[in-house]
Design a protein around this ligand. Structure first.
Ligand code: URA
Length: 287
């Protein structure tokens, strides 16, 4: 819902303008001049929405609480969407137990990936880059493969493209990076940042599929063509054919957007990426 200028206090108006400037800086200068919704305007609610999955959510095949609908229902147990960052980190005990359970389910898969030698990429990796974030996240980002920085640090999206992804999450969506889950289709760095080939994808994809099954997000954001094709099993599709709508992958909504590395090279496309991000936020009920 848009806020009306006349409804806003000076403080809320200043906050709305700051927010608009931040978005313009990140996604480009031709955004429509509208006052964005001000969460909690005139109610004094804190800003950052929560994006953590339910404690009782059934990972690995169980029933999932919360629904994927335009209304973006809040999963049971996840509390208010308008919690402060501090509140978001203070998970209720049920959440903590569920988070631990999912970490325990992920651990052996992480270990298996760490020692994987199913394809030649293992020979030159520093380490496999499994994934990071909240195992109860309602939103998962999936990229292509670790780059040079990720290979060194063992965490996805920590280089230049990663910094843009972090800005999209934190400044654009107003979430914390730790509240989403981030992974790649391929767990080992392809030399020279080349695209992974079909056999490497086929060998590595089962790790991601198991991660998705355990994290059981409501929405997956596929970053770039390699991730989109792999997740949607559309090996020939172009990014423009896949963008602009939600797909379903085994009951999970998938939205395709441009890879952050591409956005760094083609900043004019940031506007479209912001549309994709907004669609995801709407679906999750955090727009
Ligand atoms: N690009 C990706 O696709 N994944 C990363 O983790 C880093 C860069």
């Amino acid at each position: 819902m848009e806020s009306d200028l006349s409804d806003l206090s000076d403080r809320d108006l200043a906050r709305a303008i700051r927010r608009r400037l931040e978005l313009v800086r990140m996604f480009g200068g031709d955004l429509p001049i509208r006052v964005p919704p001000v969460p909690g305007a005139r109610r004094g609610a804190p800003q950052a929405p929560r994006l953590r999955g339910a404690g009782a959510a059934g990972a690995a095949g169980g029933s999932r609480s919360g629904v994927i609908s335009g209304g973006g229902a809040v999963p049971a147990g996840s509390g208010s969407l308008a919690g402060s960052p501090a509140a978001a980190s203070a998970s209720p005990p049920a959440d903590a137990a569920e988070r631990e359970r999912r970490e325990r389910l992920l651990a052996p898969i992480r270990a298996e990936a760490a020692g994987c030698s199913k394809c030649g990429l293992c020979r030159r990796r520093t380490q496999a880059v499994f994934g990071a974030g909240d195992p109860c996240a309602r939103l998962m980002f999936v990229g292509e493969a670790p780059g040079f920085d990720e290979d060194r640090r063992g965490e996805p999206f920590v280089g230049k493209a990663g910094r843009l992804l972090t800005d999209i999450i934190e400044k654009g969506m107003r979430l914390r990076r730790g509240d989403v889950y981030i992974a790649n289709v391929i767990k080992c760095h392809p030399p020279g940042n080349r695209n992974p080939d079909a056999s490497e994808i086929a060998e590595c994809l089962p790790y991601l599929e198991r991660q998705i099954e355990i994290v059981a997000p409501e929405v997956i954001c596929a970053l770039g063509l390699v991730a989109a094709r792999a997740l949607l099993d559309r090996p020939e599709a172009s990014i423009s054919a896949l963008r602009g709508r939600f797909h379903q992958r085994r009951g999970i909504a998938v939205r395709v957007t441009y890879h952050p590395a591409y956005l760094l090279r083609s900043p004019a496309e940031k506007r479209k990426a912001w549309e994709d991000v907004q669609a995801i936020m709407k679906l999750l009920g955090i727009a």
